[in-house]
Design a binder for this molecule. Structure first.
Ligand code: PLP
Length: 429
């Protein structure tokens, strides 16, 4: 029965039933974890051929011995793959080490501390301050970077086709301290949405209304991570920027972390020649070059985007049953009860769930007491603060299917219990 249709007696009866189910689940002493979006062991095994990929030797296609120093831009074949991945030319791409997040951090550190346009351009030294627009719900580690560097954060709601661009444009045009914005354009973490053509065009136009040195951090972490057939890709942002004359305003990132080995993949940075030159000069202060040996073995496993796409179909086959299970549990346990809403993503690693306002922390607490760890409520918001206390990020990729199923049974029970207890309190008080 829909929660709003329950009278006092129905509420009391339902609460008593739920308390019994919850107590029974607690008594099982479960120890389950739906917190982080990591590939599971069977997914990592899809790339087992990385071991042995170097038996053919350490020479890159141009004869470079990848074991040696140098090659700050990454090997040519990896830059070519990155270019295809990001919709750029190879000379607009740097191939890096195992983490795109590190590249994002280093890019922002350099812009904040040293500036993008030489002496006097450091964001940190500008009296206008430094703020970043943060589409919410978003990726917690993006927000941690801003917090770490002392860059303020301004939340902007997601709409289902990317950030609310009316808000974004008003903030960018009205505040010279807005230095940039986080974007995950495809299968966004955690809402799973893909930016519409209109959103991409408007983002490409921001460089015309922003203060100098504005940069969109275009994080293509899930660009090839479909769960089923795949939705059409977002528009090529660089093509749109070129048309708008703003090619310096967007910098792109991607990695093979959820394609090959999560902790031992390769990463890509992409952007205009100017941005690539600037970032190369920053990176060259801290490294003589990336791990080219790992780049080479990746190129033997994944030489081009056709191979990457075929590989990702095998990932999808392993992930889909887990996402199907989440959807089924939510539909069967909560469908039409008015107790929450959730996403049904076509790709990426997450399902977003919204409780009734004010119940996310309580739901996460109830689940923890029943042995199911969830990402802390609020984690997908700057400073960990969800003003509605409503959003919960579910990450079903890592645990085995049976554990996802049990964890979701507990989750659904906790949502219902939190709602029914809350409704009783409201009516009584
Ligand atoms: C949106 C997003 N960007 C970046 C990363 C991390 O990327 P990497 O492993 O390349 O550092 C993640 C990992 O979950 C992510 O969700």
């Amino acid at each position: 029965m829909h929660i709003d249709a329950m009278d006092a007696a129905a509420l009391a009866r339902t609460e008593a039933e739920l308390e019994r189910s919850y107590a029974a689940l607690r008594a099982e002493g479960l120890n389950l974890d739906l917190t982080r979006g990591k590939p599971a062991g069977d997914q990592l095994a899809l790339s087992a051929a990385l071991d042995g990929a170097l038996e053919a030797g350490y020479g890159a296609e141009d004869g470079t011995d990848t074991r040696g120093y140098g090659g700050a831009d990454g090997i040519a074949e990896a830059r070519r793959l990155g270019a295809e991945w990001l919709g750029l030319a190879p000379e607009e791409v740097l191939a890096g080490g195992n983490s795109s997040l590190t590249l994002m951090y280093l890019f922002l550190l350099g812009a904040h501390r040293f500036g993008l346009d030489g002496q006097g351009s450091a964001w940190a030294d500008d009296p206008a301050g430094a703020r970043f627009l943060c589409p919410v719900p978003g990726y917690d580690r993006h927000f941690t970077i801003c917090e770490d560097l002392g860059i303020g954060m301004v939340s902007v709601p997601m709409t289902g086709e990317g950030p609310d661009m009316d808000r974004v444009e008003a903030l960018v045009a009205g505040d010279p301290g807005v230095r940039g914005m986080w974007c995950v354009p495809r299968y966004s973490n955690p809402t799973g949405e893909t930016y519409s053509a209109g959103t991409v065009r408007r983002i490409a136009g921001l460089g015309r209304i922003a203060a100098p040195g504005f940069r969109v951090m275009w994080d293509n972490a899930y660009a090839v991570h479909h769960l089923a057939g795949g939705t059409p890709p977002p528009e090529n942002v660089m093509a749109r920027c070129r048309a708008a004359g703003t090619e310096d305003s967007v910098v792109q990132f991607a990695s093979t972390s959820k394609v090959s080995f999560a902790g031992a993949g390769i990463s890509f940075f992409g952007g205009s020649r100017r941005n690539v030159d600037w970032f190369r000069s920053r990176l060259s202060v801290m490294t003589i070059g990336p791990d080219k040996v790992n780049q080479l073995r990746h190129m033997r496993l994944l030489p081009d985007m056709d191979t990457v796409h075929t590989h990702m179909v095998r990932h999808a086959e392993l992930l889909r049953p887990k996402f199907d299970c989440v959807r089924r549990r939510l539909e069967e346990g909560l469908g039409n009860l008015g107790m929450g809403r959730w996403t049904d993503p076509d790709g990426g690693y997450f399902v977003s769930f919204w409780t009734r306002p004010g119940l996310a922390k309580e739901t996460v607490r109830l689940a923890a007491e029943a042995g199911v760890r969830l990402t802390p409520a609020g984690a997908a918001f700057p400073y960990g603060d969800d003003p509605e206390d409503s959003h919960i990020r579910l990450a079903p990729s890592f645990p085995p299917l049976e554990e996802v199923d049990r964890a979701m049974e507990v989750f659904v029970t906790c949502v219902r219990l939190a709602v029914v207890r809350g409704a009783r309190r409201d009516r009584e008080g």
